[in-house]
Ligand binder design. Structure first.
Ligand code: A2P
Length: 270
């Protein structure tokens, strides 16, 4: 395996750092994604719910890389559950992006965002079966979930054929979710870390600043490197070019001792 990639259990590879587009409005998405591609990102993460797929897709198209050189992830909206509903939403996404296939398609969350915690097990199973069908037809190279807890993944393992290839979760220093991480590792599920900077809140933390100084990197670089050291795939998001560049330059190692210190930190968002 190329050291710049993670490999899913079906042998499809995914670049180790992705460009996240959550909270990038549609009118800024074109420029941000173009900047990311220009600066060497080959993995772009979007979702129907972000309402920026059209400009994300246009930026990728205009940049004119061969399709197989860009890894594109999108997501089934959290409130859409069911077989036919999933097929329909997938069509909308590939139409928005103007692509023939997706590299990775995720169930955005186990429950609708306005009903967090609701039991939607049956709906998730039906959506997953639709995603398995799309996968078997070659319209998606890998399928996965997002914001799923152990019990949500277990329901798919118990009732469906394909083990999810990825689980995209909020993951940053102080929010390690060790049990979920271990469960995913055991089932060969790649963990993708969204909000690796705790949506920016960890950047002002004094301990993070001090440790970043020690390695002569920025707090953002330290936090992104931390995700990689924990075998998770960071999806940093920025609309500023110098930050977009910086967030990919994380070729250093955090010592075991410093990792221990970071792993003991509390969640700054709690
Ligand atoms: P901006 O988009 O204005 O650059 P997360 O990835 O955890 O969701 O964090 C995203 C937030 O962190 C955004 O507010 C983004 O702001 C900011 N951000 C991203 N990269 C950097 C960086 N290298 N330095 C400082 N702030 C950053």
């Amino acid at each position: 395996m190329n050291n710049a990639n993670f490999k899913f259990h079906n042998d499809v590879e995914i670049p180790k750092i992705g460009f996240g587009t959550w909270q990038i409005p549609n009118d800024e998405a074109y420029d941000s994604v173009t900047m990311a591609l220009k600066n060497g990102y080959t993995h772009i993460d979007t979702a129907l719910a972000y309402q920026n797929e059209k400009n994300v897709g246009k930026a990728i198209k205009d940049f004119d890389l061969p399709r197989e050189e860009v890894f594109i992830t999108s997501k089934l909206p959290a409130q859409i559950k069911g077989f036919e509903e999933t097929l329909k939403a997938f069509d909308e996404t590939i139409t928005n992006l103007d692509v023939d296939y997706l590299d990775l398609y995720l169930i955005h969350a186990p429950w609708p965002w306005d009903e967090i915690g609701k039991d939607c097990t049956e709906g998730n199973i039906q959506s997953w079966k639709a995603m398995e069908q799309l996968y078997n037809e070659g319209k998606i190279k890998a399928i996965g979930v997002s914001n799923f807890e152990i019990k949500d993944i277990q329901a798919l393992l118990d009732n469906c054929d394909i083990v999810p290839m990825a689980n995209q979760i909020p993951f940053y220093v102080g929010r390690d979710q060790e049990d979920l991480l271990a469960f995913c590792k055991e089932h060969n599920i790649v963990v993708e870390a969204y909000s690796p900077l705790a949506t920016g809140e960890l950047l002002k933390n004094d301990d993070i600043k001090a440790l970043a100084d020690k390695y002569d990197v920025t707090p953002a670089q330290l936090l992104i490197r931390y995700c990689l050291e924990r075998d998770t795939l960071p999806l940093p998001k920025s609309t500023h070019e110098e930050r977009i560049v910086q967030n990919k330059e994380v070729d250093f190692e955090i010592s075991e001792e410093d990792m221990k210190q970071l792993m003991q930190m509390d969640d700054v968002r709690k």
